[in-house]
Design a protein around this ligand. Structure first.
Ligand code: ATP
Ligand code: PYR
Ligand code: K
Ligand code: MG
Length: 589
């Protein structure tokens, strides 16, 4: 039996009219709840021509390699190859998700998405493949490091992995920004600064090798702006110095907290307990080098651009119009990195302008007192959720795993908290870029996410807080209400999955926003939308060509997913779509 609620808005949105000849989609004159008068046990009625055509077109349907529902890791590559060959005819889902669905049953798939920063420890094809196998949804490239050629190589490897092995890893480019940072240490991996040592920070460039205990600084106004007595913090306090003398372009500093100086580490200076940000506040958020990197990102087809040190919504709007003009169709998502005092001050307007946000705790913790970072994180996650933008929690989640194969208890608690807050994604930085145990760190993120999500489901901790309306047009408000209701129904009825058919991804994100208890199968027609949906909580994105006819879409989907062993007869699903404003509840025939 299929039951549906239709929302008819004939006068305003004629394109959303239910299909006149469909038994399931009769035009209605008002908002109503309709129970199918036909007491058949499934929507797979024999009279349905669509169903017949989709099941008879079984030559297009991909069958699982051995007919069994479980895919062992060693069989994944077989599935991967098959996925690619049916790209146009069937349905695309990444191999890792498919294996996870079959192994755990789809109620237990991971909802929290995982991002890995790629660096020297993970840039090889096999290393990238291992991360993809381990559940990496997005690969992040930090333009602070490496050459464009290096980044291009990584991007192409990820794309090749997606094509050849059936992954759907998205690529996020992270801009350098024009904050103050150290130079690259002349090729050394790090430099140790001991307590009581005097180091020179200078705006001079070095022709040859770096003189001993000398660090170059990226910002020309540095020597002019600092004062004797200021405190200089490397990476938000990993190493501390006190300014003792200024000599032209050189600033002599006494090390007061020893530690390891890493190439291009961020520098902040503090005076009387406050961050000094007078002159460098005038630096552009997107530097001339960043614009060149952005052009490079457009040319290489990255999925997201994360903008460092965003101060206001203006820069986001500026970049978005640039992307819309340059990247034909504006396919690239813009992520605002919240890592400065200004970004906290203008948080709502920045998030509203962006396609998502990152809680960049590394630099944020260098700009506000560390003890304020957890509250800032909670606020950013909440605002993103309210405004329906994906949010990433980043930096030092598993910092000790750069050197050790197991995390600290405190790190596990920190990861758990981010999952408990229902952030969309967690990000590895140094752990995956240059750590010794990138795969193990990813495994920890995956297993902690799964465990916390399961605990939350077992405890039936549904969200009761009502979500504020966000859409401005009447049609948008209807979509929102449909998604809110669908998620609520999914929880109350204990359905196995919500199916959402969406061309631009918006309906899928509206369902994700409700954080329902079951996974969300998001069907979309383009590869780029599918990759972008990879960042959002609970969404399992599929690429599928579909029509305006929901009945035929459902039949086609059921048929394809069943043939791959990803769903089975009797599974209870709720379906919503961009095309037809309705909620349908049905058992898989
Ligand atoms: N492409 C790369 N090449 C070399 N080293 C890298 C690269 N990407 C990252 N790393 C190393 O990993 C460390 C952490 O990387 P990450 O990019 O997350 O830095 P971050 O300081 O957290 O980010 P941001 O610079 O955006 O604030 C860096 O300090 C650097 O040593
Ligand atoms: C990720 C990042 O930019 C930060 O934490 O500062
Ligand atoms: K960066
Ligand atoms: Mg940063």
């Amino acid at each position: 039996m299929s039951q549906s609620i239709h929302f008819s808005t004939t006068s305003r949105t004629p394109h959303l009219l239910p299909l006149p000849h469909s038994r399931f989609h009769r035009p209605l004159t008002s908002l109503s709840f309709r129970q199918s008068p036909l007491k058949h046990t499934s929507i797979r009625a024999s009279s349905s021509p669509d169903l017949d055509s989709s099941s008879s077109s079984s030559s297009q349907v991909l069958h699982s390699p051995n007919g069994s529902p479980a895919v062992k890791p060693e069989e994944r590559s077989v599935v991967a190859t098959a996925t690619v060959s049916t790209e146009t005819a069937g349905i695309e889902v990444d191999t890792v998700t498919e294996a996870e669905l079959k192994e755990n049953g789809f109620r237990s798939t991971r909802r929290t998405k995982l991002i890995c920063t790629i660096g020297p420890a993970t840039c090889g094809f096999e290393q990238l493949e291992a991360l993809a196998e381990g559940g990496m949804n997005v690969a992040r490239l930090n333009m602070c490091h490496g050459t464009r050629e290096w980044h291009r190589e990584v991007i192409r490897s990820v794309r090749r992995l997606n094509e050849e092995k059936g992954f759907a890893v998205a690529i996020m480019m992270d801009t350098e920004g024009s904050e103050i940072h150290m130079g690259d240490l002349g090729g050394e991996a790090s430099a140790k600064s001991e307590d009581g040592e005097v180091w020179t920070f200078t705006v001079r460039a070095f022709d040859s090798s770096r003189p001993a205990r000398t660090i170059s600084v990226s910002y020309d106004g540095f020597a002019e702006d600092v004062r004797v007595g200021d405190e200089l913090l490397v990476d938000g306090g990993m190493v501390r110095f006190e300014v003792i003398e200024k000599i032209g372009p050189d600033v002599k500093c006494l090390c007061t907290d020893p530690g390891l100086l890493l190439p291009r580490a961020n520098l902040t200076f503090w005076r009387d307990g406050s961050l000094v940000r007078e002159r460098n506040a005038m630096l552009p958020t997107i530097s001339s080098k960043d614009w060149l990197d952005i052009d490079f990102g457009i040319a290489e087809g990255v999925d997201f651009i994360a903008v460092s040190f965003v101060k206001s919504a203006e820069v986001i709007n500026h970049l978005k119009s640039y992307l819309a003009a340059r990247s034909c169709g504006g396919d690239i998502g813009v992520i605002a990195k919240i890592e400065s005092i200004d970004s906290l001050t203008n948080l709502e307007e920045i998030i509203l302008a962006s396609d998502g946000a990152m809680v960049a705790r590394g630099d944020l913790g260098a700009q506000i007192p560390l003890e304020q970072v957890p509250a800032a994180q909670q606020r950013i996650v909440k605002v993103c959720r309210a405004l329906n933008k994906p949010v990433i929690v980043a930096s030092q989640l598993l910092e000790s795993m750069i050197e050790y194969p197991t995390p600290t208890r405190a790190e596990v608690a920190d990861v758990s908290e981010a999952v408990r807050q229902r952030s969309d994604a967690l990000m590895l930085s140094g752990e995956s870029a240059m750590g010794q145990f990138p795969d193990k760190a990813l495994t920890v993120l995956r297993s902690v996410s799964l465990r916390i999500e399961r605990w939350w489901r077992e405890e039936k901790r549904y969200e009761s807080t009502p979500l504020q309306p966000i859409g401005s047009s009447f049609t948008d408000r209807i979509s929102e209400e449909i998604c809110n209701s669908a998620a609520k129904m999914a929880n109350n009825l204990g359905v196995d999955a919500v199916f959402v058919y969406t061309k631009d991804g918006h309906m899928a994100s509206l369902v994700s926003r409700c954080r329902p208890d079951c996974p969300i199968f998001a069907f979309t027609t383009t590869t780029s939308v599918r990759r972008r949906l990879n960042l959002q909580w609970g969404l399992i994105p599929f690429r599928l060509s579909f029509s305006e006819d929901m009945e035929s879409n459902l039949n086609k989907t059921f048929s394809l997913l069943k043939s791959r062993g990803m769903i089975k007869s009797g599974d209870l699903v709720i379906a919503v779509s961009d095309m037809l404003q309705s909620i349908q509840v049905m058992n898989v025939p």
